[in-house]
Design a protein around this ligand. Structure first.
Ligand code: HXC
Length: 516
């Protein structure tokens, strides 16, 4: 065969592979408003940067007449490319080939990009759209899933792993995304569940729709699996691109600093009055974050799950940080099971990837009640404690108002190796809130008093004045300084600079035993 014919044959084969499961299947996808795997990759990567692997790889299944239905590429497009000039490894499941179901071959293709990503220290992004294990293959498919799971675990904390769910993700397909660092789901187009509505009906007799059982809204508000419910594929991909701007390529690098035009010492008068005079009144902690970070630019993660705790990324004078903040505007900023798990996972992510932590504290304590105790608030609250204690990245804390009880200890306190701990003058640091404290301390005297309510009110005032302020903690050195709220940005910027070469470590061990 001469060169021209060889090239023609190559072009023909490439064109065939690009068609996936065929034009009719592509047309069906389009009719549903969905993009093909290749179109998704094109949206994600810098134009012209995609380097594809295994375009001609096929399945080897001979069951159920499968040998007669072979598509080059076998239901997944894999390779690497760049986003904003930085290398990423990608795979996109192709629903047009056997519903994107996972064959042995498909798993091998994913494993190949994951191995390359690990060797080269670059993030892996998976665009998921799959009917689960390829039913015709059986155990080879299960083996393939297990091979991927193993790699997800080995890559955890070494390279960032991001999953977008852009269609079905059922059965075995769910666990690989669940093992990755971030999960983005397309609203009204994707779902994730272990067993579908029909199986649910036969086992538990519940009637439930696909959306109720595993839609993006459910996973963003209830299970906490989804970090961002995207409005469209484009929105999901834009979110991933922006997320990557805050992340390093791997655990040996810090995130990329950016030039910053926002003055580092910019004062904020707004913060002087943000804490209301009534200690029980709410205010929006997001406003505190926005007033202090570069250009009011805050990238929130899991915004709709446990909104009593805010987590996300931002920059101070160009330096990327992870922010954790109690939200007094929701459930008074109390720590409960969901917020503890949310916070712990975020803190551990930041620690894995050298991202300093800035913690804003206004927390009345842990949420009381049987629902919380039965649900394991002790075990789950301990996760947050564990995460902050083990984190060795720079840790800066700003107490804006309440820091009560166990929640004071947990929220990046000095005692858990907080590096620089500030309080605003409005800080209230005590074992418990004034009302609860005097009810315990003066229960007997209140009964004997002429007017128990007035007596307790007086004692409450006295307790607040003597104990609930930042100065006792400052006298002990648990608070490094009491700062003017308007100076918060300047102080955080300076603290980050002071801590930029921080080195700290944990005792040698195989791994710790976080209370899971
Ligand atoms: C092989 C599959 C497939 C699968 C879909 N297809 N899922 N082929 N294995 N798992 C094929 C269909 O036969 C069909 O082929 C094409 O993909 C498109 O599927 P449709 O059903 O027409 O599409 P749609 O109506 O959009 O429904 C999508 C779906 C449904 C909801 C995902 O296909 C479905 O329920 N699939 C099975 C899901 C499942 O039970 N998976 C196994 C889970 S168990 P044609 O040729 O007709 O176009 C599992 C265990 C692993 O994963 C555990 C590991 C730890």
């Amino acid at each position: 065969m001469d060169t021209t014919s060889q090239l023609e044959q190559l072009a023909k084969r490439q064109a065939q592979a690009r068609l996936g499961g065929g034009q009719d299947k592509i047309d069906k996808l389009r009719a549903q408003g969905r993009l093909t795997a290749r179109e998704r990759i094109d949206l994600l990567l810098d134009p012209g940067s995609f380097e594809e692997f295994d375009m001609f790889k096929t399945h080897r299944c001979h069951n159920f007449g499968m040998e007669n239905t072979v598509y080059p590429g076998d239901g997944i497009v894999t390779g690497c490319g760049t986003i904003d000039g930085r290398i990423v490894y990608v795979y996109a499941q192709d629903f047009t080939v056997f519903g994107g179901s996972l064959s042995e071959t498909l798993a091998e293709k994913i494993c190949k990009v994951m191995d390359l990503a690990m060797k080269n220290g670059a993030p892996v992004i998976g665009l998921n759209d799959s009917g689960g294990a390829r039913i015709q293959e059986g155990v080879e498919s299960l083996a393939g899933y297990s091979d991927i799971f193993l790699r997800n675990v080995m890559a955890s904390g070494v390279i960032p792993q991001i999953s977008a769910i852009l269609g079905p993700c059922a059965g075995g397909a769910v666990y690989s995304p669940a093992l990755t660092d971030f999960v983005i789901m397309e609203r009204n187009a994707s779902y994730m569940f272990l067993t579908g509505p029909k199986v649910v009906k036969s086992v538990t007799h519940e009637d439930v729709t696909v959306e109720q059982l595993g839609g993006a809204d459910m996973h963003s508000t209830q299970s906490g699996l989804c970090d961002y419910p995207a409005l469209s594929t484009r929105d999901a991909i834009d979110y991933i691109k922006r997320l990557l701007t805050f992340l390093p390529q791997n655990n040996f690098e810090p995130p990329r600093p950016l030039p910053c035009a926002d003055p580092p010492a910019r004062a904020s008068r707004r913060l002087e009055t943000i804490v209301p005079p009534n200690p029980n009144a709410a205010y929006d902690m997001k406003e505190v974050i926005l007033e202090t970070v570069d250009n009011r630019d805050f990238f929130e993660i899991k915004a709709q799950f446990a909104p009593n705790l805010i987590v996300g990324f931002a920059r101070y004078n160009g330096v990327c940080v992870g922010i954790v903040a109690n939200q007094p505007a929701h459930l008074s900023g109390v720590l409960d099971i969901d917020s503890s798990v949310k916070g712990a996972r975020f803190v551990r992510f930041c620690d894995c990837f050298n991202i300093p932590l800035v913690t804003f504290v206004d927390v009345p304590g842990f949420l009381p009640g049987t629902a919380q105790e039965y649900g394991g608030i002790i075990r789950n609250g301990a996760k947050m404690l564990y995460a902050y204690a083990e984190a060795t990245v720079p840790k800066i804390t700003v107490i804006t108002r309440k820091a009560y009880g166990g929640a004071y200890c947990v929220m990046s306190s000095k005692h858990l190796r907080g590096d620089i701990n500030y309080s605003w003058p409005s800080g209230e640091i005590a074992v418990m809130g004034a009302k609860g404290a005097v009810e315990v301390l003066y229960a007997r005297q209140a009964k004997e008093a002429k007017d128990p309510a007035a007596f307790l009110a007086e004692k409450e005032k006295e307790y607040s004045e003597t104990v609930a302020n930042p100065y006792i903690a400052a006298q002990r050195g648990y608070i490094d300084d009491v700062i003017a709220p308007s100076q918060t940005r300047a102080r955080i910027v300076r603290a980050l600079k002071l801590l930029q070469n921080k080195r700290d470590s944990n005792p040698m061990k195989k791994h710790g035993n976080i209370p899971l």
